[in-house]
Write a protein that binds this ligand. Structure first.
Ligand code: HGY
Ligand code: MN
Ligand code: MN
Length: 380
């Protein structure tokens, strides 16, 4: 992340941006407005990613923001532009997404600072090791009214635009998501001497639940449910697993559907535990409701696409984005770029260079429309 921040800071400065690192390690490049004290258009996305990832998830949106500022040259705007590279959106290390955008939006949960990663390192210590003071995270929060609009360009990460042969999509809403860590606890024992009928083996219970997650998600239209990781203790070939801890990621555009599906799965997990004389518990849970994009900004984005002579598909994002968090303090709009083959969170993730050029053109038209909307009615 230190190397990424150096690269992005260099590119931001070469685009004429004043660069700062905020207390949550978000890197922010600011282009001031000709009007002192004017609010900012924030163009952001995240710089972190997932293990064995592609090259575009998150960072493409940050670099498109830098390229847009570069293309603006010395054009005077009635608002500042701040390009933000969020520090931690995926939530891989501490299992909690949106750390950078939560800090910027004044929604960072300080209790997370005590959460430990797989090596037992507390988040607060990770902040300190990076040269940041965890007690200062709240200072990353933007003053109310200081953000005019939040815009994020991001790869779709799914197959829809590619299947429609469209370069761009307009996000109407970001689906809600629940992320949990759950555990079955039985009794570790000797693999060779313990009769099968006397075991309290945690892992087969987890296996039952994993298949149940897939089964349930297949029965509910548009529900996405994933067990992405599992940990077994003590984790030796010749020891019956005493504890099996698994992650649960559940998403849907409608919050009630997601909550009902999650409740059903947790009930099933409890039944599996009772039948197998185990205990079951939710170790961690984090829920984010679905977030609609701002209709006025989205209208401007749609007309920017139309002015570019393009058709864009309006769609709900199954992936979470920092825009879902910043939307709490500013109107949000998102532009999707086609993901060839729908590949993402995988080295095959790609973009068509022509689509990136097209997206930059649309972003500049969007900025122009936003500027025009800020002029007195008689001057538009
Ligand atoms: O997991 C997601 O929705 C995104 O990649 N953060
Ligand atoms: Mn991602
Ligand atoms: Mn992303």
């Amino acid at each position: 992340m230190r190397r990424v921040l150096e690269h992005v800071s260099t590119w931001m400065r070469s685009a004429g941006l004043d660069v700062r690192l905020d207390p949550a390690s978000n890197v922010i490049g600011r282009r001031s407005s000709s009007q002192a004290g004017a609010p900012a258009l924030v163009i952001g996305s995240h710089l972190d990613t997932v293990p064995n990832a592609g090259k575009y998830d998150g960072v493409l949106g940050v670099l498109l923001g830098v390229a847009a500022v570069q293309a603006l040259g010395c054009r005077r705007l009635p608002f500042a532009v701040e390009v933000v590279g969020f520090s931690e959106e995926e939530g891989v290390r501490y299992r909690s997404p949106y750390i950078g955008s939560s800090a910027l939006s004044g929604r960072f949960d300080k209790a997370l600072l005590d959460r430990r990663d797989e090596r037992g390192i507390a988040m607060a210590d990770a902040f300190r090791a990076f040269g940041l003071d965890p007690d200062n995270v709240a200072q990353a929060t933007y003053r109310p009214g200081s953000i005019l609009a939040y815009f994020e360009a991001h790869i779709e990460q799914g197959p829809v635009l590619d299947a429609c042969d469209l370069p761009l999509g307009i996000v109407e809403a970001i689906a809600g998501q629940s992320r949990l860590r759950v555990a079955f606890e039985g009794h570790a024992g000797h693999a060779g001497t313990s009769p099968m009928t006397l075991r309290r083996d945690a892992l087969p219970a987890a296996a039952e639940l994993i298949l149940e997650v897939e089964q349930q998600a297949r029965c509910v239209p548009e529900l996405r449910a994933t067990v992405g990781s599992i940990a077994v203790e003590p984790g030796a070939t010749n020891v019956i697993p005493g504890v099996a801890t698994l992650s649960l990621d559940i998403r849907h555009a409608e919050d009630e559907v997601r909550s009902k599906a999650l409740a059903g799965l947790l009930d099933r997990a409890g039944e599996i535990a009772v039948r197998r004389q185990l205990t079951f518990r939710v170790v961690e849970a984090e829920h984010h409701n679905a977030v609609p994009a701002d209709s006025q900004l989205t209208g401007m984005l749609a007309s920017a696409v139309a002015d570019a002579g393009l058709e864009a598909r309006r769609m709900v994002s199954g992936a979470g984005h920092d825009g879902a968090i910043v939307a709490a303090i500013a109107p949000m709009a998102m532009l999707f770029l086609r993901s060839p083959g729908g590949a993402s969170h995988h080295p095959d993730e790609a973009v068509h260079l022509g689509d990136v050029r097209t997206a930059l053109d649309v972003i500049l038209r969007f900025i122009d429309k936003l500027a025009t909307s800020r002029l007195p009615a008689g001057e538009r």
